[in-house]
Design a binder for this molecule. Structure first.
Ligand SMILES: Cc1cc2nc3c(=O)[nH]c(=O)nc-3n(C[C@H](O)[C@H](O)[C@H](O)COP(=O)(O)OP(=O)(O)OC[C@H]3O[C@@H](n4cnc5c(N)ncnc54)[C@H](O)[C@@H]3O)c2cc1C
Length: 373
Protein backbone atom coordinates (compact mmCIF):
# COMPACT_ATOMS: atom_id res chain seq x y z
CA UNK A 1 0.00 0.00 0.00
CA UNK A 2 1.50 3.37 -0.97
CA UNK A 3 0.08 6.77 -0.01
CA UNK A 4 -0.09 9.38 -2.84
CA UNK A 5 1.69 12.69 -2.29
CA UNK A 6 -0.86 15.45 -3.00
CA UNK A 7 -2.31 16.69 0.32
CA UNK A 8 -5.92 16.17 -0.77
CA UNK A 9 -5.13 12.57 -1.67
CA UNK A 10 -3.38 11.76 1.57
CA UNK A 11 -5.85 9.15 2.65
CA UNK A 12 -6.21 7.56 -0.79
CA UNK A 13 -4.18 4.40 -0.68
CA UNK A 14 -3.80 1.98 -3.51
CA UNK A 15 -1.82 -1.16 -4.12
CA UNK A 16 1.10 -1.00 -6.55
CA UNK A 17 -1.20 -1.97 -9.43
CA UNK A 18 -3.79 0.63 -8.36
CA UNK A 19 -6.31 -2.14 -8.01
CA UNK A 20 -7.64 -1.14 -4.60
CA UNK A 21 -8.52 2.34 -3.49
CA UNK A 22 -9.38 3.60 -0.01
CA UNK A 23 -10.95 7.05 0.26
CA UNK A 24 -13.10 9.11 2.60
CA UNK A 25 -15.91 9.85 0.13
CA UNK A 26 -17.24 8.44 -3.13
CA UNK A 27 -19.36 11.07 -4.92
CA UNK A 28 -21.78 10.10 -7.69
CA UNK A 29 -22.33 12.96 -10.16
CA UNK A 30 -20.35 16.02 -11.21
CA UNK A 31 -23.13 18.45 -11.97
CA UNK A 32 -23.12 21.68 -9.99
CA UNK A 33 -23.91 19.76 -6.75
CA UNK A 34 -21.07 17.24 -7.11
CA UNK A 35 -18.72 20.02 -8.19
CA UNK A 36 -19.33 22.12 -5.07
CA UNK A 37 -19.32 19.12 -2.75
CA UNK A 38 -15.97 17.87 -4.05
CA UNK A 39 -14.56 21.42 -3.93
CA UNK A 40 -15.44 21.82 -0.24
CA UNK A 41 -14.15 18.33 0.60
CA UNK A 42 -10.90 19.28 -1.08
CA UNK A 43 -10.77 22.50 0.97
CA UNK A 44 -11.04 20.33 4.08
CA UNK A 45 -8.31 18.02 2.76
CA UNK A 46 -10.67 15.05 2.78
CA UNK A 47 -10.07 12.45 0.08
CA UNK A 48 -12.69 11.62 -2.52
CA UNK A 49 -13.34 10.13 -5.92
CA UNK A 50 -16.11 11.33 -8.25
CA UNK A 51 -17.88 9.01 -10.70
CA UNK A 52 -19.76 10.87 -13.43
CA UNK A 53 -20.95 9.78 -16.86
CA UNK A 54 -20.48 13.31 -18.35
CA UNK A 55 -24.02 13.31 -19.78
CA UNK A 56 -24.30 16.34 -22.09
CA UNK A 57 -27.99 16.77 -21.26
CA UNK A 58 -27.53 17.01 -17.49
CA UNK A 59 -29.26 20.26 -16.46
CA UNK A 60 -26.01 21.64 -15.02
CA UNK A 61 -24.54 21.50 -18.55
CA UNK A 62 -27.35 23.52 -20.13
CA UNK A 63 -28.60 25.90 -17.45
CA UNK A 64 -28.20 29.65 -17.87
CA UNK A 65 -26.73 29.98 -14.38
CA UNK A 66 -29.07 32.76 -13.25
CA UNK A 67 -29.08 33.57 -9.55
CA UNK A 68 -32.17 35.74 -9.18
CA UNK A 69 -33.60 36.84 -5.81
CA UNK A 70 -37.11 37.43 -7.25
CA UNK A 71 -39.65 34.89 -8.45
CA UNK A 72 -43.11 34.63 -9.98
CA UNK A 73 -45.69 37.03 -11.33
CA UNK A 74 -46.00 38.72 -7.91
CA UNK A 75 -42.26 39.35 -7.73
CA UNK A 76 -41.75 37.75 -4.35
CA UNK A 77 -38.34 37.26 -2.80
CA UNK A 78 -37.04 33.70 -3.20
CA UNK A 79 -36.37 31.34 -0.31
CA UNK A 80 -33.21 32.38 1.63
CA UNK A 81 -32.29 35.06 -0.93
CA UNK A 82 -30.82 37.39 1.70
CA UNK A 83 -28.37 34.71 2.85
CA UNK A 84 -27.71 33.15 -0.54
CA UNK A 85 -26.85 36.22 -2.59
CA UNK A 86 -23.79 37.44 -0.65
CA UNK A 87 -22.72 33.83 -0.06
CA UNK A 88 -22.71 32.79 -3.73
CA UNK A 89 -21.01 35.97 -4.88
CA UNK A 90 -18.09 35.32 -2.53
CA UNK A 91 -17.89 31.55 -3.03
CA UNK A 92 -18.03 31.55 -6.84
CA UNK A 93 -15.32 34.19 -6.89
CA UNK A 94 -13.13 31.96 -4.70
CA UNK A 95 -13.86 28.97 -6.93
CA UNK A 96 -13.02 31.08 -9.99
CA UNK A 97 -9.67 32.03 -8.44
CA UNK A 98 -8.89 28.37 -7.73
CA UNK A 99 -9.72 27.47 -11.34
CA UNK A 100 -8.24 30.55 -13.03
CA UNK A 101 -11.59 31.48 -14.64
CA UNK A 102 -14.33 34.06 -14.19
CA UNK A 103 -16.91 31.90 -12.45
CA UNK A 104 -19.60 34.51 -11.73
CA UNK A 105 -20.71 37.90 -13.10
CA UNK A 106 -23.25 40.41 -11.97
CA UNK A 107 -26.01 40.73 -14.61
CA UNK A 108 -29.05 42.61 -13.29
CA UNK A 109 -32.40 41.86 -14.92
CA UNK A 110 -34.28 44.31 -17.14
CA UNK A 111 -37.84 43.00 -16.78
CA UNK A 112 -40.05 44.27 -19.64
CA UNK A 113 -43.72 44.40 -18.59
CA UNK A 114 -45.83 42.30 -20.96
CA UNK A 115 -49.04 44.16 -19.97
CA UNK A 116 -50.23 47.26 -18.06
CA UNK A 117 -51.44 44.92 -15.29
CA UNK A 118 -47.94 43.53 -14.81
CA UNK A 119 -46.56 47.05 -14.66
CA UNK A 120 -49.11 47.94 -11.99
CA UNK A 121 -48.32 44.83 -9.96
CA UNK A 122 -44.59 45.60 -10.12
CA UNK A 123 -45.25 49.23 -9.09
CA UNK A 124 -47.31 48.03 -6.12
CA UNK A 125 -44.47 45.79 -5.01
CA UNK A 126 -41.95 48.64 -5.24
CA UNK A 127 -44.37 50.86 -3.25
CA UNK A 128 -44.36 48.13 -0.57
CA UNK A 129 -40.56 48.55 -0.61
CA UNK A 130 -40.08 44.96 -1.72
CA UNK A 131 -36.40 44.04 -1.76
CA UNK A 132 -34.35 43.81 -4.96
CA UNK A 133 -36.79 45.54 -7.35
CA UNK A 134 -37.12 49.07 -8.71
CA UNK A 135 -38.78 50.91 -11.61
CA UNK A 136 -36.47 52.51 -14.14
CA UNK A 137 -36.87 56.20 -15.00
CA UNK A 138 -34.99 55.66 -18.29
CA UNK A 139 -37.95 54.20 -20.20
CA UNK A 140 -36.36 54.64 -23.64
CA UNK A 141 -32.99 53.12 -22.84
CA UNK A 142 -33.52 49.89 -24.77
CA UNK A 143 -35.58 51.17 -27.73
CA UNK A 144 -32.76 50.48 -30.22
CA UNK A 145 -32.82 46.80 -29.36
CA UNK A 146 -36.32 45.80 -28.27
CA UNK A 147 -39.97 46.46 -29.00
CA UNK A 148 -41.78 47.22 -25.72
CA UNK A 149 -44.93 49.15 -24.84
CA UNK A 150 -45.28 49.14 -21.07
CA UNK A 151 -41.82 50.04 -19.77
CA UNK A 152 -39.64 47.85 -17.59
CA UNK A 153 -38.63 47.19 -14.02
CA UNK A 154 -35.21 46.26 -12.71
CA UNK A 155 -34.17 43.39 -10.47
CA UNK A 156 -30.81 43.72 -8.73
CA UNK A 157 -28.41 42.34 -7.82
CA UNK A 158 -28.66 39.31 -10.09
CA UNK A 159 -25.72 37.05 -10.91
CA UNK A 160 -24.90 34.45 -13.52
CA UNK A 161 -22.70 31.50 -12.61
CA UNK A 162 -20.68 30.50 -15.67
CA UNK A 163 -21.38 26.79 -15.53
CA UNK A 164 -20.11 26.33 -19.08
CA UNK A 165 -16.65 27.25 -17.78
CA UNK A 166 -16.84 25.95 -14.21
CA UNK A 167 -17.86 22.34 -14.87
CA UNK A 168 -15.17 21.52 -17.47
CA UNK A 169 -12.48 23.43 -15.54
CA UNK A 170 -13.22 21.56 -12.30
CA UNK A 171 -13.45 18.27 -14.19
CA UNK A 172 -10.05 18.73 -15.78
CA UNK A 173 -8.54 19.53 -12.34
CA UNK A 174 -10.05 16.31 -11.00
CA UNK A 175 -8.77 14.38 -14.04
CA UNK A 176 -5.26 15.70 -13.53
CA UNK A 177 -5.31 14.45 -9.94
CA UNK A 178 -6.94 11.10 -10.77
CA UNK A 179 -10.03 12.04 -8.75
CA UNK A 180 -12.75 11.38 -11.33
CA UNK A 181 -13.88 8.34 -13.30
CA UNK A 182 -15.92 9.01 -16.44
CA UNK A 183 -18.33 6.10 -16.39
CA UNK A 184 -21.83 5.03 -15.44
CA UNK A 185 -22.23 4.21 -11.74
CA UNK A 186 -23.84 0.79 -11.32
CA UNK A 187 -25.81 0.48 -8.03
CA UNK A 188 -25.76 -3.34 -8.24
CA UNK A 189 -21.99 -3.26 -7.61
CA UNK A 190 -22.41 -1.28 -4.37
CA UNK A 191 -22.27 -2.95 -0.96
CA UNK A 192 -23.21 -0.79 2.02
CA UNK A 193 -21.98 -1.50 5.57
CA UNK A 194 -22.79 0.63 8.63
CA UNK A 195 -19.33 2.25 8.64
CA UNK A 196 -18.20 2.02 4.98
CA UNK A 197 -19.21 1.25 1.44
CA UNK A 198 -17.54 -0.94 -1.15
CA UNK A 199 -17.93 -0.25 -4.86
CA UNK A 200 -15.93 -2.52 -7.16
CA UNK A 201 -12.30 -1.86 -6.10
CA UNK A 202 -13.13 1.23 -4.03
CA UNK A 203 -13.69 1.32 -0.28
CA UNK A 204 -15.00 4.62 1.10
CA UNK A 205 -16.21 5.79 4.49
CA UNK A 206 -19.30 7.25 2.80
CA UNK A 207 -20.98 7.51 -0.58
CA UNK A 208 -22.84 10.74 -1.46
CA UNK A 209 -25.27 10.82 -4.36
CA UNK A 210 -25.32 14.06 -6.37
CA UNK A 211 -26.96 12.28 -9.29
CA UNK A 212 -29.69 14.76 -10.21
CA UNK A 213 -32.85 13.23 -11.70
CA UNK A 214 -31.36 9.72 -11.54
CA UNK A 215 -31.99 10.09 -7.80
CA UNK A 216 -35.66 9.35 -8.46
CA UNK A 217 -34.59 5.78 -9.46
CA UNK A 218 -31.79 5.46 -6.92
CA UNK A 219 -32.49 2.37 -4.73
CA UNK A 220 -31.67 4.33 -1.54
CA UNK A 221 -33.56 7.54 -2.29
CA UNK A 222 -36.33 6.68 -4.74
CA UNK A 223 -38.97 7.20 -2.01
CA UNK A 224 -38.12 10.90 -1.69
CA UNK A 225 -40.75 13.18 -3.25
CA UNK A 226 -38.89 14.09 -6.46
CA UNK A 227 -40.95 16.03 -9.04
CA UNK A 228 -38.76 16.19 -12.18
CA UNK A 229 -39.40 19.27 -14.28
CA UNK A 230 -38.41 19.70 -17.92
CA UNK A 231 -36.86 22.87 -19.33
CA UNK A 232 -35.77 23.95 -22.81
CA UNK A 233 -33.66 26.77 -24.19
CA UNK A 234 -32.31 28.10 -27.47
CA UNK A 235 -28.72 29.22 -27.92
CA UNK A 236 -28.79 32.30 -30.11
CA UNK A 237 -26.20 34.55 -31.72
CA UNK A 238 -27.15 38.24 -31.33
CA UNK A 239 -24.39 40.66 -32.33
CA UNK A 240 -24.47 44.13 -30.75
CA UNK A 241 -26.88 43.51 -27.85
CA UNK A 242 -25.29 44.97 -24.66
CA UNK A 243 -24.24 41.93 -22.63
CA UNK A 244 -24.17 43.57 -19.19
CA UNK A 245 -27.81 42.64 -18.43
CA UNK A 246 -30.30 39.79 -18.54
CA UNK A 247 -33.44 40.81 -20.47
CA UNK A 248 -36.76 39.30 -19.52
CA UNK A 249 -40.22 39.28 -21.03
CA UNK A 250 -41.76 36.01 -19.91
CA UNK A 251 -38.65 34.23 -21.25
CA UNK A 252 -35.16 35.27 -20.12
CA UNK A 253 -32.44 36.29 -22.56
CA UNK A 254 -29.11 35.67 -20.84
CA UNK A 255 -25.60 36.52 -22.10
CA UNK A 256 -23.26 33.52 -22.09
CA UNK A 257 -19.48 33.70 -21.61
CA UNK A 258 -18.83 33.52 -25.39
CA UNK A 259 -19.14 36.94 -27.09
CA UNK A 260 -22.50 37.61 -28.81
CA UNK A 261 -23.93 34.28 -27.67
CA UNK A 262 -27.20 34.31 -25.71
CA UNK A 263 -29.34 31.73 -23.98
CA UNK A 264 -33.13 32.12 -24.12
CA UNK A 265 -35.45 30.01 -22.02
CA UNK A 266 -37.03 28.28 -20.45
CA UNK A 267 -40.13 26.13 -20.22
CA UNK A 268 -41.30 24.60 -16.91
CA UNK A 269 -43.11 21.34 -17.63
CA UNK A 270 -44.20 18.93 -14.91
CA UNK A 271 -45.94 16.64 -17.36
CA UNK A 272 -43.78 15.60 -20.30
CA UNK A 273 -43.51 12.54 -22.53
CA UNK A 274 -39.78 12.73 -23.25
CA UNK A 275 -36.78 14.86 -22.36
CA UNK A 276 -35.88 15.89 -25.94
CA UNK A 277 -36.16 19.41 -27.39
CA UNK A 278 -39.61 20.03 -28.91
CA UNK A 279 -40.71 21.75 -32.12
CA UNK A 280 -43.36 23.62 -30.10
CA UNK A 281 -40.73 25.35 -27.91
CA UNK A 282 -38.61 26.20 -30.96
CA UNK A 283 -41.61 27.74 -32.74
CA UNK A 284 -42.87 29.70 -29.71
CA UNK A 285 -39.44 31.04 -28.79
CA UNK A 286 -38.57 32.03 -32.36
CA UNK A 287 -41.84 33.97 -32.49
CA UNK A 288 -41.03 35.69 -29.18
CA UNK A 289 -37.62 36.73 -30.53
CA UNK A 290 -39.12 37.97 -33.81
CA UNK A 291 -41.65 40.17 -31.99
CA UNK A 292 -39.33 41.34 -29.23
CA UNK A 293 -35.94 42.01 -30.87
CA UNK A 294 -35.33 44.88 -33.29
CA UNK A 295 -31.89 43.52 -34.24
CA UNK A 296 -30.99 40.34 -36.20
CA UNK A 297 -30.44 37.00 -34.47
CA UNK A 298 -29.35 33.56 -35.55
CA UNK A 299 -30.37 30.34 -33.73
CA UNK A 300 -27.35 28.12 -33.05
CA UNK A 301 -28.72 25.31 -30.89
CA UNK A 302 -31.74 23.98 -29.02
CA UNK A 303 -31.30 22.18 -25.70
CA UNK A 304 -33.57 20.43 -23.21
CA UNK A 305 -33.05 18.83 -19.82
CA UNK A 306 -34.86 17.72 -16.70
CA UNK A 307 -34.43 19.58 -13.41
CA UNK A 308 -34.16 17.54 -10.20
CA UNK A 309 -37.10 19.38 -8.64
CA UNK A 310 -39.00 18.29 -5.54
CA UNK A 311 -42.66 18.41 -4.54
CA UNK A 312 -42.12 20.88 -1.70
CA UNK A 313 -39.43 22.87 -3.59
CA UNK A 314 -36.73 22.25 -1.02
CA UNK A 315 -33.46 20.33 -1.52
CA UNK A 316 -32.59 16.87 -0.24
CA UNK A 317 -29.46 16.98 1.93
CA UNK A 318 -28.04 14.57 4.51
CA UNK A 319 -27.79 10.93 5.49
CA UNK A 320 -30.04 7.95 5.00
CA UNK A 321 -31.74 7.03 8.32
CA UNK A 322 -31.06 3.29 7.86
CA UNK A 323 -27.67 3.51 6.10
CA UNK A 324 -25.47 6.14 7.77
CA UNK A 325 -22.75 5.63 5.16
CA UNK A 326 -25.11 6.78 2.37
CA UNK A 327 -25.74 10.49 1.79
CA UNK A 328 -27.42 12.78 -0.71
CA UNK A 329 -27.09 16.32 -2.09
CA UNK A 330 -29.91 16.70 -4.59
CA UNK A 331 -33.33 18.22 -5.27
CA UNK A 332 -31.94 21.60 -6.38
CA UNK A 333 -34.91 22.22 -8.71
CA UNK A 334 -34.76 25.52 -10.58
CA UNK A 335 -32.11 26.99 -8.27
CA UNK A 336 -29.08 24.71 -8.37
CA UNK A 337 -26.65 27.59 -8.91
CA UNK A 338 -27.41 29.14 -5.52
CA UNK A 339 -28.61 26.15 -3.48
CA UNK A 340 -25.86 23.67 -4.47
CA UNK A 341 -22.91 25.65 -3.07
CA UNK A 342 -24.80 26.63 0.07
CA UNK A 343 -25.96 23.12 0.95
CA UNK A 344 -22.71 21.46 -0.18
CA UNK A 345 -21.00 23.62 2.42
CA UNK A 346 -23.60 22.75 5.06
CA UNK A 347 -23.04 19.06 4.35
CA UNK A 348 -19.26 19.41 4.63
CA UNK A 349 -19.61 21.41 7.88
CA UNK A 350 -21.84 18.62 9.15
CA UNK A 351 -19.15 16.09 8.22
CA UNK A 352 -16.36 18.19 9.73
CA UNK A 353 -17.95 19.61 12.88
CA UNK A 354 -21.22 17.73 13.21
CA UNK A 355 -22.96 21.08 12.52
CA UNK A 356 -26.70 20.74 11.87
CA UNK A 357 -28.13 20.80 8.33
CA UNK A 358 -31.00 23.32 7.87
CA UNK A 359 -34.21 21.57 8.90
CA UNK A 360 -36.01 22.47 5.64
CA UNK A 361 -33.30 20.74 3.59
CA UNK A 362 -32.29 17.86 5.89
CA UNK A 363 -33.70 14.54 4.59
CA UNK A 364 -34.31 13.48 8.17
CA UNK A 365 -37.72 15.11 7.55
CA UNK A 366 -38.46 12.07 5.37
CA UNK A 367 -37.09 9.49 7.82
CA UNK A 368 -40.35 7.53 7.86
CA UNK A 369 -40.72 7.15 4.12
CA UNK A 370 -37.00 6.40 3.71
CA UNK A 371 -37.33 3.53 6.16
CA UNK A 372 -39.86 1.85 3.89
CA UNK A 373 -38.28 -0.54 1.42
C1 LIG B 1 -33.30 24.59 -19.17
C2 LIG B 1 -32.84 24.74 -17.75
C3 LIG B 1 -32.45 25.98 -17.28
C4 LIG B 1 -32.02 26.15 -15.97
N1 LIG B 1 -31.59 27.39 -15.56
C5 LIG B 1 -31.14 27.55 -14.29
C6 LIG B 1 -30.66 28.81 -13.85
O1 LIG B 1 -30.61 29.76 -14.62
N2 LIG B 1 -30.25 28.94 -12.56
C7 LIG B 1 -30.27 27.88 -11.68
O2 LIG B 1 -29.88 28.06 -10.53
N3 LIG B 1 -30.70 26.67 -12.08
C8 LIG B 1 -31.15 26.47 -13.35
N4 LIG B 1 -31.59 25.26 -13.76
C9 LIG B 1 -31.64 24.19 -12.77
C10 LIG B 1 -30.24 23.61 -12.56
O3 LIG B 1 -29.75 23.24 -13.81
C11 LIG B 1 -30.29 22.43 -11.61
O4 LIG B 1 -30.82 22.83 -10.37
C12 LIG B 1 -28.89 21.89 -11.35
O5 LIG B 1 -28.17 21.76 -12.55
C13 LIG B 1 -28.92 20.54 -10.65
O6 LIG B 1 -27.58 20.16 -10.50
P1 LIG B 1 -27.18 18.75 -9.91
O7 LIG B 1 -25.70 18.70 -9.92
O8 LIG B 1 -27.88 18.52 -8.63
O9 LIG B 1 -27.78 17.68 -10.95
P2 LIG B 1 -27.33 17.38 -12.46
O10 LIG B 1 -27.01 18.59 -13.20
O11 LIG B 1 -28.39 16.47 -13.01
O12 LIG B 1 -26.00 16.56 -12.30
C14 LIG B 1 -26.00 15.18 -11.99
C15 LIG B 1 -24.76 14.58 -12.60
O13 LIG B 1 -24.71 13.19 -12.24
C16 LIG B 1 -24.52 12.43 -13.40
N5 LIG B 1 -25.12 11.11 -13.15
C17 LIG B 1 -26.41 10.84 -12.81
N6 LIG B 1 -26.57 9.50 -12.65
C18 LIG B 1 -25.35 8.94 -12.87
C19 LIG B 1 -24.88 7.58 -12.85
N7 LIG B 1 -25.66 6.53 -12.55
N8 LIG B 1 -23.57 7.35 -13.16
C20 LIG B 1 -22.73 8.40 -13.45
N9 LIG B 1 -23.14 9.70 -13.47
C21 LIG B 1 -24.43 9.96 -13.19
C22 LIG B 1 -25.22 13.23 -14.50
O14 LIG B 1 -24.81 12.88 -15.79
C23 LIG B 1 -24.78 14.63 -14.12
O15 LIG B 1 -23.49 14.90 -14.62
C24 LIG B 1 -32.00 25.05 -15.08
C25 LIG B 1 -32.37 23.79 -15.56
C26 LIG B 1 -32.79 23.63 -16.87
C27 LIG B 1 -33.17 22.27 -17.35
Amino acid sequence: MIPLDEPELQSIVSDPLHLQMQIDFLIIGQGISGTWLSYYLQEEQLSFLVIDNNEARAPSRLAAGIINPITGRRHVTTWMADQLLPFVWEEYQQLGKALGIEAISRKDIVDFFPSPQMRLSFQQRTAEQAAYISISQEENQYRNYFHYDFGFGEIKPVYTAHLEKILPAWRSQLENKGQILTEQFDPTSLTVHPDRIIYKNITANKIIFCDGCSGADNPYFKNLPFAPNKGEALIVEIPDLPADRIYKKGLSLVPLAEKNIWWIGSAYEWDFEHSDPTAAFMEKTTQVLNHWLKIPFHIRDHVAGVRPATLERRPFVGWHPLYPAVGILNGMGTKGCSLAPYFARELVLQIRNNAPISAEADISRFARILQRS
